[in-house]
Each structure stands twice: as structure tokens, then as C-alpha cells.
Design a protein around this ligand. Sequence first.
Ligand code: IPM
Ligand code: MN
Length: 370
Amino acid sequence: MTSDGYESSGNEQGRIEGKGSSTMSSDKDHEIAVIGGDGIGPEVLAEALKVVAAAGAVLTTVEYDLGADRYVRTGEVLSDNVLEELRGFEAILLGAVGPPVGDTTVPPGTLERGLLLRLRFELDLYVNLRPFIGVPGSIAEGADFVVIRENTEGTYAGEGGFLRKGTPQEIATQGSVNTRMGAERCARFAFELAQGRPTRKLTLVHKTNVLTFAGDLWQRTVNEVAIEFPEVAVDYNHVDAACIYLVEQPSRYDVIVTDNLFGDILTDLAGAVSGGIGFAASANLNPARSGPSLFEPVHGAAHDIAGKGIANPLAAIHSAALMLDFLGEMDAATRVHKAINEYIASDHAGVSASSTASTAAIGDAIAERL
Ligand code: IPM
Ligand code: MN
């Protein structure tokens, strides 16, 4: 137990070395913080780490006990000391955090604001990259697009408050904070990504017809950054229309760039139409590399299926592949991406809603394909 109350588990240093690492990886040792979290988080992360090892990437992992369970036991969400320690890693891999549905011991917002958003803001993880490939049989079958969600501003910034709280005249405001710098760095990242993809198309999603201040800033920013990327075709959709397109014509999208709240909502919908939230991966990136980036599945802790060995680990495995991309382990990353895509394309039973494939069996199947 350290001064801030953080418990060391004793065996938290786990060195994971992949087979064939001398030929298949850069041999660079990467220091990774692992936050298994709650519910199915630890189970799906175990499969992700299994696959990373099989791909030959060399990682030194340090486990951190954070999440609802820890909060209920200790009253602590994320201490300043643990945050400072986390800054020292190259990347953070997170499973899922959150209490069971209906649990009242963790007040709403405690973990969201105190842990996830605190990490996003403090580590300046300003890009939330969420890729979607429609699995066979899904509404979005054949679609292949990436949502770049601004990850540090908008309505998530925490601007606002109460007046006359508890009275009949109560007022609550929650402002949307949009900086030119924040929109521009996100737009530039999205354009660079689009430039490197075969379709080279970028769609700004917003609500410029109603949010005439924030929308105007985003639209002008995208128009100006677009001048630097003449090969990228630029489109615009209102967010309500984008919801229809995601269901009716998802293949129209290549790279979507949008603000924090629209990106949150759109990526749940995108996950649902491309096979289910069990497939949706995310990378919370600090592209300036002034600290670690954080990789996590979009899904939550799913306590109802925890411990049964039936959670789909593909979102966690895909998130780990995004981590390998970011760490520069291109060979290992490419092979994991390919194995995931081949597995999804070939094993319908293993990934469908009626799947009987176990969490470990899916991890094994991906590892064997490497
Ligand atoms: C997500 C989640 C988070 C968000 C919550 C848990 C704070 O829904 O990563 O999409 O709203 O960003
Ligand atoms: Mn969400």
C-alpha cells in the first residue's frame, strides 16, 4: 500500500513475451499499464494480451486496480499519484469500468467523470478513433469507416452548473465548449487519416443548422484544413440525417469527424449496425505523444455475463491491435488486424448473437491465425 492508498498486488509486474519475437516484432519493450476494471473487463483483456503475445510484440505490463469495485472497497476513483504513475507508460489498455445495472453504491458520473473523462482530459487524449467494419450478416455488411470523435471538449467539458438548485425555479445549464485549436487538431488528424485510405473521403457530422456557433466553428475549421488536403473529398451531414444514413447506407462513409457528444451517440449506433457493440474498438489518442494513449473496447462491464466465459473479446483484441499500430509495431498490428478480419469473415457462428464460442475460444482462434 503506497501513501495514497493504492494497493500493490505483489505480482502486478507481468512480462509478456511473444513467441518468435526476434523475427516478428521490433523487439522494443513497451511499458503498458493494464486496467482490467469491472465485470467482463478483465476477461476480455486477458484474450487481448494473449493475442498480442502471440503476435510477437514484447510488452511489460503493470496492472492497476481501478473501477467500480475498487471505488466501493476503498472510496477512491483515481488518485493524483496513480495518475502521475500512468503518465509514465507508453500506453494504457483498459477493459471496462462500471457497476452492475441498478447498483446504487456508485453515484452516476463518479467513474465517468472521475476516471474515464479525467484520463481523457488530463492525458490530452484529444482524438477518439473508432473504426467499424460491418460483419457478415449485419446491417452495415461491407461498410468500412472510421469515426474520429473529438474527445476533450463539447458538452463533456464540464461547463455549466445549477442555479437555485432544489427550488421550483431551478436552472441547470451544460455548455458546449468548442475551441478552434480543439476542432482544428481533430480535423487535421481526420484529414491525415482519410488521405491514407483508399476512398479519401471525409464527412463532417454536426448540426450546423441549429448549433450555429459551434457548428459554424467546426465547418469553417474543416473548410480551412481541407485546403491542405486537396485529394480528400469533403462532405457534410447533419447528425440526425447521419443516423439514417448509418442504418440505410453506411457504405457512404469513409472517415467521419464530429464533436464529442455526437461522436458518442453515433459510435453506439455504428457499433449496433456493424455487428454489435461487442465488436467496437476504440483508441483514445494523444497524437502529439506528450503522454500515453489509452485503448479500450467501446462496450461496458456487462456484469450480467461476467465470469461466464461468454463475452465477445473481439472489441478488446481489436483495441489492442490499435495499440500496436500506435506503438509502431506495424508487423504485429497488421497480422492481428488480418486475423480478426479473417476470423469474422469465416466464423459466423463464433461472432453471431447466438454464438456458442467462448471468450477464450475466440482469443485462441485469433492467436492461431497469426
Ligand atoms: C464511451 C462511453 C463514455 C462516453 C462514458 C462511459 C463516459 O459511453 O466511451 O463512449 O460517454 O464517452
Ligand atoms: Mn458511449
